[in-house]
Design a protein around this ligand. Structure first.
Ligand code: CMP
Length: 135
């Protein structure tokens, strides 16, 4: 049975700054996901704090919010068969050092903070995150 899903993807400041957005989009498209909607924006510190609210108790929360709001990002709605899992596979592990060869984070990530991309981790979060940027 088919399972067409949507997920939210963010190309983070470190990747936008290094002009990697097109290369990252190519990897997404190669993996049979389509980009339904996209925009390049810069968010405020407050918006980043709201977006990453699930991490508010984590020690890295402050740094994370400062980072996501530090420069332009590209936010995208991706759609396709099992889009949430497929996108997470293409991204690779959160820490680029742990990511598999061929993944976006392995190829382009600089550190666990500057790991080039974000992707929704569940159906519920995908809905919330898409709503957050595209309402
Ligand atoms: P992301 O998928 O955007 O979700 C939360 C982000 O927190 C994560 O990618 C990392 O960039 C960042 N982060 C920083 N430190 C950690 C950590 N120790 N564990 C998990 N995520 C971290």
């Amino acid at each position: 049975m088919s399972n067409i899903e949507q997920t939210l993807s963010i190309i983070k400041p470190d990747a936008v700054e290094r002009n990697l957005a097109e290369k990252i989009k190519e990897k997404i498209l190669e993996n049979k996901l389509i980009i339904k909607n996209q925009k390049k924006i810069q968010i405020t510190r407050e918006e980043a704090a709201e977006f990453y609210k699930v991490h508010q108790t984590k020690p890295f929360y402050d740094k994370l919010c400062n980072y996501l709001s530090s420069g332009p990002i590209v936010v995208m709605i991706l759609e396709g068969e099992n889009a949430i899992a497929v996108n997470r596979k293409i991204m690779g592990a959160t820490d680029p050092e742990q990511a598999d060869d061929g993944t976006i984070r392995k190829e382009f990530g600089i550190s666990i903070d500057k790991n080039s991309v974000h992707g929704s981790d569940s159906g519920d979060n995908a809905k919330k995150e898409i709503q957050f940027f595209f309402n």
